[in-house]
Ligand binder design. Structure first.
Ligand code: CA
Length: 228
């Protein structure tokens, strides 16, 4: 069964998530604190997706996310954020996360995100095509390594999938909807904004000057393009 880590300090929210995960065929692994979550992840390396609440006693969800990424684990990460948290702040802190869900969320919304992320993780192993080279960039789907001028840049699964999409469609104008359905799936219930969030983070990682991007260019009112 597919394992999902549930890090949530509020017992009633945690059990609500756990019940729904079981109902949809996932095996939940529960954690009440960030420290406990990191222990559970070490004990269960087969956890595919981790749901991380942000507001916690002790280390917060962003710090847990940062430590998971620092460990080099490929776990998919979905942050559970509160509506009151400013999106810009969340974006900045969310480095390393694949997705976020705003509380309160419906079970179907949460499960759709987990399904989509699991699908992306699975696809990344199945459709390993050839190495893609574009300017200073090199993307190798087989070992999931992305490099700029020979230097490795660490990308999340989602960011890697977006780079793969761009580099297989050089010079093509991709609408935000195109990107959303290619990466998150057609049944994704989230907002187009998640595309912008990921592009912003990608630019910080790959552009020479993220405020004046030349690799991922914006097509105003439409979407994005790889190259100018
Ligand atoms: Ca909390």
């Amino acid at each position: 069964m597919k394992k999902v880590l549930v890090l949530e300090d509020e017992a009633n929210i945690r059990s609500f998530i756990v019940i729904n995960l079981r109902r949809y065929g996932y095996e939940p692994v529960e954690a009440e604190t960030g420290e406990e979550a990191l222990d559970r992840l070490r004990e269960n390396p087969d956890i595919g997706v981790a749901l991380l609440d942000v507001m916690l006693p002790g280390i917060d969800g962003f710090e847990v996310c940062r430590r998971i990424r620092a460990s080099g684990a490929k776990t998919g990460i979905i942050m559970l954020t509160a509506k009151s948290q400013e999106m810009d702040k969340v974006t900045g802190l969310m480095t390393g996360a694949d997705d976020y869900v705003t509380k309160p969320f419906s079970p179907s919304e949460l499960i759709a995100r987990i399904d989509a992320l699991y699908r992306r993780l699975g696809n990344s192993q199945d459709d390993a095509g050839g190495v893609l080279i574009s300017g200073p960039f090199r993307l190798n789907p087989a070992n999931r390594i992305f490099e700029k001028n020979g230097e490795r840049i660490r990308l999340t699964q989602t960011e890697f999938a977006i780079m793969n999409l761009f580099m297989t469609h050089p010079g093509k104008a991709l609408s935000r909807g195109d990107i959303l359905s290619a990466i998150w799936g057609d049944d994704y219930a989230g907002e187009l904004k998640i595309v912008d969030v990921n592009i912003r983070r990608l630019r910080i990682k790959i552009e020479d000057d993220p405020t004046n991007p030349t690799y991922i260019t914006t097509i105003w009112g439409y979407g994005y393009k790889w190259g100018s």
